[in-house]
Ligand binder design. Structure first.
Ligand code: ZN
Ligand code: ZN
Length: 256
């Protein structure tokens, strides 16, 4: 069965210069899974024909650059015509952010937009380490080393691993072992004085190290904080990893 990954957004923090915050569309057969939904992703989904056929959404964690466009997507799916609900999976902590957004942006005079997120996306909390399934597709999770509860994702049937946000660790290398496609954050081109263990992110060199130690086939570098340094990011990752390496960019599409 054919699988595809489309990059909808890949910039850490906020959208800028037509690069949305993180969002990825993974399709396998008739399953369409949106992974993360940062600012700008709802628009990217429209451009990539993902909106109406979504099977599920997985949000890695509650940071705004990974979840804020859920609200835009919920409005789209509830107004003017209410589309079928789409199951949403995320760490238990995400519920707090969903409830706060629903409370703040509730439109009580328009029943379809009353608590839009709860109505559009029924939420199933996933405790890090817990596996689950979307249709027949299995999903493994692990808690990443990030300041808030964050899910790394692995689709063992597809050989796809997504680090989400997090520092390099032995556990992550093990989790990503032999990935066919490793979608790894590479937030900083170089350390530049950041305490990355405390801050819970990787440099491009560390993303390359992860790919090398995990013996990944293809490395996609994403969650870049500065696209003007993309060439440096690529070079730094390649210093550590000699395999196939790709810089994420909106609309990038891989199929296998
Ligand atoms: Zn982030
Ligand atoms: Zn984060």
């Amino acid at each position: 069965m054919k699988s595809e990954l489309t990059i909808l957004g890949c910039r850490a923090g906020a959208p800028s210069r037509n690069v949305a915050a993180p969002g990825y569309l993974l399709t396998h057969g008739d399953q369409q899974i949106l992974i993360d939904c940062g600012p700008g992703v709802a628009m990217g989904l429209t451009a990539n024909a993902g909106h109406d056929g979504l099977s599920a959404i997985i949000v890695s964690h509650e940071h705004a650059d990974h979840c804020l466009d859920l609200l835009a997507l919920a409005y789209y799916r509830r107004f003017p015509v209410a589309l079928p609900p789409v199951p949403l999976y995320g760490p238990p902590r995400l519920k707090r952010a969903l409830d706060l957004l629903d409370e703040a942006f509730d439109i009580p005079t328009l029943p379809t937009l009353s608590r839009p997120l709860a109505a559009a996306f029924p939420f199933t909390p996933i405790v890090p380490g817990q596996g689950f399934a979307i249709g027949e597709l299995r999903v493994d999770t692990m808690r990443s080393q990030h300041p808030v509860e964050t899910l790394c994702l692995r689709f063992p049937d597809l050989g796809v691993v997504y680090t989400a946000d997090g520092a390099l660790s032995d556990a992550l290398v093990h989790f990503a072992g032999a990935a066919r496609l490793l979608l790894s954050e590479a937030t900083y081109p170089t350390p530049d004085g950041h305490n990355l263990l405390e801050h819970g992110h990787m440099t491009a060199f560390q993303a390359g190290t992860l790919a090398r130690e995990a013996q990944a086939e293809t490395l996609i570098l994403t969650h870049l904080s500065d696209y003007s340094q993309a060439a440096l990011t690529y070079r730094e990752a390649r210093r550590a990893f000699g395999g196939h390496t790709v810089l994420a960019s909106p609309g990038l599409h891989l199929s296998w």
